[in-house]
Design a protein around this ligand. Sequence first.
Ligand SMILES: [Zn+2]
Length: 454
Amino acid sequence: MSKLLIKNAYIITMNSEREVYENGSILIENDKILKVGKIDFNDLGNNVEEYDAKGKIVMPGLINTHVHLSQQLGRGIADDVDLLTWLRDRVWPYESGFTYEDSYISSKACCIEMIKSGVTTFLESGGQYVDAMVQAVSDTGIRGCLAKSVMDQGEGLPAVWQKSTEEELKTQIELFEKYNNSAQGRVKIWFGLRTIFNNSDELLIETKKLADKYNTGMHMHIAEISGEIDFAKATRGTSTVEHLNKLGILGSNLLAVHTVWLTNREIDLFRLNDVKVSHNPAAAMKVVLGFASVPEMLSKGIPVSIGTDGAPSNNRMDMMREMYLTSLIHKGRTLDPTVVSAEKVLEMATINGAKCALLDKEIGSLECGKKADLIILNPNTIHSLPMHNPIGNIVYSMSSENVESTICNGTWLMKERKIEVLDEKELLEEVKTQGEKIRKKANISLNSNFKIIK
Ligand SMILES: [Zn+2]
């Protein structure tokens, strides 16, 4: 039995009452929260590690609900290009040449970047080497809902990815049975669906049946670009969401990512069917997907969370930066400064993220009995003082530099900016070497108008 007491902290619990303790403590036993708030230090028992967090903020770990682990080494290969070039000339050649080793290093690097920005749980959109992703989650101590990238049709798809519907379903069942709840329960296996461009109706229907049967989630890019709606109308006779509704895919275990091009009726369909949403503000702007109706969805009670998307479309896996963007772009879009407030953003990045991960009984807030997934923020930087309004400061002023420590499942993953789970310097070298190797293999050339002198 190991216990950890974090004391003298400003604690933002994110419980249902949204209680905040100006001077509180939190007691962790093994992987769980034993007590939170005002704690009597006299009855703690023996062998308690104490950590003084005076002047610091403790809050639930952030939940990044849309990540592409395998795209981490593709950061910078697809800047300032249109989406078709982004996909077919850059990201597909890069990712389709992947080996297990590429995927493992890419995943590990992505997990460490997330840990450094305060993420304790992420939802993977889908890569090819799920076993390598499981290994990276296991080695870095983070929590992840992993999925295979599933595609049984689509124009221009690399040959290595052309699989039959049956093959894609069979592989996913095998992965679920092998890895779900592995790494001390930190790995959950989800069923992947890429996009309506790449998924047949049979695959959509059978995946939904399996997700229901195995009681797990489905992760899908939905209504991402306006061309997707045109494609759905041309091939299915109606828009993506209307079609998914007709097929019976909409449900509480569906995470819909991006959801930029929705009608009011489709937003209502999401509400009626308890569909979960991942909003990705940086990707919405950088890859010019467009702006999702986030305040509208939130006002209807849809659990909207926040995701970074992958490294070629963001290019940071930095949830602190993503929270800032989430609030700002919707104020700008609606010309209403009251929408998507700092408090709302914090809900999106924590408890709403937990709902999207289908794990809100276990994570997303600091409450007795929940998993000890939390972060310690140090506000003592010139860009975040004074602290008139701590929650406003977290969203509008702080950056990932302020994330001082990250604890997941009761274990320190980063303590006072030092990564505890692996040698970070070694990882940086691996990222450089492997990144270069992959770019050469994929034969991606990047144009520049600047004069490069060697
Ligand atoms: Zn994505």
